[in-house]
Design a protein around this ligand. Structure first.
Ligand SMILES: [Zn+2]
Length: 362
């Protein structure tokens, strides 16, 4: 079981799929889900919709996880053969320098490193400030524009962080790129595995959305394919158990290993209170540890989904990850396992009676 899960996480985190260029990860997800879903469809922008019919087709539950990741776009090539780029999604300049990236060209994948002026030649004033992204470039080791073009680089090619999956010494933590949000995608795949053999009333729509990192765009369009009664966004949350984070810096503290996170607030949504309370109740009844997340900034796909038509009661279930939007994040397998238990118990707890109760109690 553990080996199979590690293999899934390794595959999903090492497959590229930056916002707007999700084809490689979409193909992998399709392969995993095709034999688990009763139907596999998509919207016109590429979000994937896997359906698992339940006994009561009148209850539609959308479980959404975005498949895209933050990355880069090639904007131009300098006369010396260096590559200028545009970030796709939220990047902080301080985590970029000297990191390896992979550029996905028409000819194949190419390794590069993000460079900037060496500290040895910076003035004291320059050295005291973070380097701006617009002065950075990707270096693929070439010495001229011709060489870079020969290698296959073109304007508009996407690039992603390059970093290998790693199981940490404690056997419980993992280090990987794109944990935001391949962890969520892996949870949807494993949820569908779980549902293969167990009874559930509601029809489950596992939706892997595109372009979340650039403004929840895939969620906006794919929700119309499903027209759900309820929605659960599965995403990562910011783990705040690292040094230097004071009580005043954060609204809630989330730790690795202390359980999945139930979203109570973010900048995109205030969750539907009775539905949110049902999530906590299901966790308590099943003795699943959980943490509460209150995040002043950021948002998830639920931010768009809950505003669809007359509104869709929505909640967020997350897995805490250290260093999201970075080349290497750190997450804990116990949190992942407990998130899967919570998701499975939650979708099983919902039938038309539950749905009516949630609607009546708002
Ligand atoms: Zn995310």
């Amino acid at each position: 079981m553990k080996e199979k899960r590690l293999e899934l996480l390794k595959t999903l985190t090492e497959t590229p799929g930056v916002s707007g260029f999700e084809a490689p990860i979409r193909k992998v997800l399709k392969d995993y889900l095709s034999h688990l879903a009763t139907e596999l469809t998509a919207d016109n922008l590429g979000s994937l919709v896997a359906v698992k019919k339940g006994a009561d087709e009148g209850v539609k539950i959308m479980v959404a996880a975005h498949m895209d990741e933050v990355g880069f776009l090639v904007t131009s090539i300098t006369d010396d053969g260096f590559i200028k780029f545009q970030p796709l999604g939220g990047w902080w300049e301080q985590v970029l320098l000297a990191q390896r990236v992979e550029i996905l060209t028409g000819k194949g994948r190419l390794l590069g490193v993000i460079g900037a002026k060496s500290p040895h030649i910076l003035s004291a004033e320059e050295r005291s400030k973070p380097v701006k992204i617009k002065t950075m470039y990707i270096d693929i080791g070439s010495t001229s524009r011709e060489e870079t073009e020969q290698a296959g680089i073109r304007q508009g090619d996407p690039a992603v962080p390059y970093s290998a999956f790693h199981l940490c010494e404690n056997g419980k933590s993992i280090m990987a790129r794109a944990l935001d949000n391949r962890l969520g995608c892996a949870l949807v795949v494993e949820l569908f595995e779980e549902l293969k053999d167990i009874h559930h009333q509601g029809t489950i729509y596992g939706v892997m959305t595109v372009q979340e990192e650039v403004g929840l765009r895939g969620a906006t369009t794919s929700v119309d394919v499903v027209r759900p009664d309820l929605a659960i966004a599965v995403d990562v949350s910011v783990a705040t158990d690292t040094p230097g984070i004071g009580a005043d810096d954060i609204a809630s503290r989330n730790y690795l290993g202390k359980g999945p996170v139930i979203g109570f607030y973010d900048a995109s949504m205030i969750p539907h209170t009775p539905f949110r309370d049902l999530v906590a109740q299901v966790a308590e009844e099943n003795k699943i540890p959980f943490q509460v997340d209150v995040m002043a900034g950021g948002g998830t796909d639920a931010g768009k989904i809950h505003l669809f038509r007359q509104g869709v009661p929505s909640v967020v279930i997350g897995v805490p990850v250290r260093y999201i939007h970075d080349h290497t994040g750190v997450a804990h397998l116990d949190d992942y396992q407990n998130a899967l238990r919570l998701l499975t118990a939650l979708v099983r707890a919902i039938d038309s009676g539950t749905l009516q109760k949630l609607r009546d109690s708002i």
